[in-house]
Design a protein around this ligand. Structure first.
Ligand code: HEM
Length: 528
């Protein structure tokens, strides 16, 4: 009945009709057009078909249809918070990085903690590595320290990363197990990858079932460089030390918590920050030179190794405080893009082949995940210092160059000619000598896969060692193929005979396998 008024047609479903009045904002479309009715689509008659002409309905559904973006290919489940970094000890003797110059100065920070293997909707207390990614909005650009809560990694060369992640994620035919290391593919890959043994000791320890994000350490993992104004570089390993102490749950608790509250870690962080109990970490550095690096049998470019803190104590130079939750999870925590390639003048890379690969991977994946090369324009990713360049266009361009000039060199003069390079203040790479044949090779210095695994195991106290043994038995007991179980035990024999015997016993292996071949074939035979 066309004579029916809008008001008369309202409310027939019994809905509460809330209208803008007083200070309440008026609901609009994306175009800013005020909306009269958000409850009913436009129809031909009260019981007739919905009309294509309904601009509000079409826009609303169109936008909803496109709400999802791909989840991160790893570290999909995470939780972020804002805070600041405060320098407590100057590092101006070793780096020109602006963030390390003035004691007491604060730099805004955003941190995202994560699990690695599970999907975005998985549970918080999976036995897994935790990401500890920090974005520091320095006055000379964004520096991202994209670390983990474990100081070493599974593999030495980034070319193995897709295999590692495929093996760790749910198996492709059955699509399970979700967010667990307990399956054949994972242990098959691991047992065929002896370089992962040090990491395996850490992931089977209580480190991978932290009590809270607030009670985890963080590590930059790789050896990086600090660089002074004269271009002299000092090697550095970065550490985050929690003021809350290091705490884990035990496996039984983890299993129960996952069932009772899969959001345990995110709720804990949200509640702590909103309750004014701001979590805090100290930034520690291990600084060393080439001669010190050369004094080890292992290679400081090998991410499966640590530099023991007893040998080189960690110097505490600053503090990171998280004091503000996000306003919007998607805008901030989901859209934040950490890239290892984001370094600032005074910080540089080394030739660690894992780091070199990461420097490509993050930017590449984020283009797909966020959909535009302009993802640096999203507020959470935008630097908080002046930005001036001639990059332009692309999807969602927000900060195109103004005026006529979008190239350099140009002769338009200082006012309209735009920014110019600065050889003094600008980022420059350390002038490292590099020579040699082009080869696919793993150097001999990367070949010892067991010594540090053993050091880690023996450094644990008896109850922690028991937890490692229990975890190995539990995880490997889910592996169906006996040869994979046995192959794992053959590696454990190179780490600790007692541990190997315990695990073999727990798995009821018919016999103890021979120790794995300790000297891993490197492909030096291909060297000229
Ligand atoms: C994501 C750490 C190795 C590729 C992440 C995140 C962290 C992290 C913390 C989550 C970032 C966030 O919260 O948004 C590490 C560490 C590694 C390592 C510490 C080794 C030391 C690698 C390697 C590759 C890689 C070798 C590839 C060659 C990725 C990718 C993402 C990611 C593609 C998803 C990034 C995104 O979608 O934003 N990693 N990772 N990672 N990592 Fe790694």
């Amino acid at each position: 009945d066309l004579s029916q008024t809008f008001g008369e047609l309202q409310g027939t479903g019994g809905e509460t009709h809330q209208v803008a009045e007083g200070e309440t904002a008026v609901l609009t479309t994306q175009q800013g057009v005020p909306v009269a009715d958000d409850q009913n689509s436009l129809k031909q008659g009260a019981r007739g078909p919905t009309l294509l002409e309904d601009i509000h309905f079409r826009e609303k559904i169109f936008h909803f249809d496109h709400e999802r973006i791909p989840e991160r290919v790893v570290h999909a489940r995470g939780y972020g918070a804002h805070g600041f970094f405060e320098l407590t000890e100057s590092l101006s003797d070793v780096t020109r990085a602006d963030i390390f110059q003035r004691v007491g100065e604060r730099t805004p920070a955003f941190v995202r903690f994560s699990t690695v293997a599970g999907s975005k909707g998985s549970f918080d207390l999976a036995r897994d590595v935790r990401g500890f990614a920090v974005k520091l909005y320095t006055q000379e650009g964004n520096w991202d320290l994209v670390g983990n809560n474990i100081p070493v990694f599974f593999i030495q060369d980034a070319i193995k990363f897709p295999d590692l992640v495929h093996a760790a994620k749910p198996e492709p035919d059955r699509a399970f197990p979700q967010a667990q290391t307990a399956h054949d593919n994972f242990w098959d890959f691991i047992s065929l990858t002896p370089e992962s043994m040090h990491m395996v000791m850490w992931i089977m320890s209580d480190r991978t079932i932290p009590r809270s994000y607030r009670t985890m350490e963080g590590f930059g993992v790789h050896t990086f460089r600090l660089v002074d104004g004269a271009g002299k570089s000092t090697f550095v390993k970065f550490h985050w030390k929690p003021k809350q102490g290091l705490q884990s749950v035990v496996w039984n608790e983890a299993v129960k918590i996952n069932g009772a509250d899969p959001d345990f870690h995110r709720r804990d962080l949200w509640d702590a920050i909103n309750g004014g109990d701001f979590p805090e970490w100290e930034l520690g550095v291990q600084l060393f030179d080439q001669a010190f690096a050369d004094s080890f049998d292992f290679d400081v470019l090998d991410s499966t190794k640590i530099i023991p803190e007893e040998v080189l104590p960690v110097r505490r130079v600053g503090r990171l405080v998280l004091d503000r939750v996000v306003d919007n999870f998607f805008a901030e925590t989901e859209q934040v893009a950490f890239c290892t390639q984001n370094v600032v003048p005074g910080i540089d890379f080394t030739n660690d082949p894992l780091l070199q690969g990461r420097n490509f991977s993050y930017l590449d994946t984020q283009l797909k995940r966020l959909g535009s090369p302009n993802f640096t324009h999203i507020p959470i990713n935008a630097p908080k210092c002046p930005v001036a360049h001639f990059q332009q266009d692309g999807h969602m361009a927000m900060t195109n160059p103004r005026g006529r000039v979008n190239y350099e060199p140009n002769s338009w003069g200082a006012t309209i000619g735009g920014p110019r390079e600065d050889p003094v203040r600008g980022f420059s790479s350390v002038a490292e000598e590099a020579d040699g044949a082009k080869l696919r090779i793993r150097p001999e210095s990367f070949a010892d896969h067991y010594s540090q695994a053993r050091q880690f195991f023996v450094s644990q106290d008896p109850i922690e060692q028991k937890h490692i043994g229990d975890a190995l038995v539990f995880e490997l007991s889910k592996v169906e193929r006996p040869d994979i179980r046995s192959r794992m035990v053959s590696h454990l024999r190179n780490i600790d005979e007692g541990l190997a015997a315990t695990v073999a016993d727990g798995l009821a292996l018919p016999e103890l396998p021979e120790p794995a071949q300790a000297a891993v074939p490197t492909r030096t035979d291909l060297a000229p």
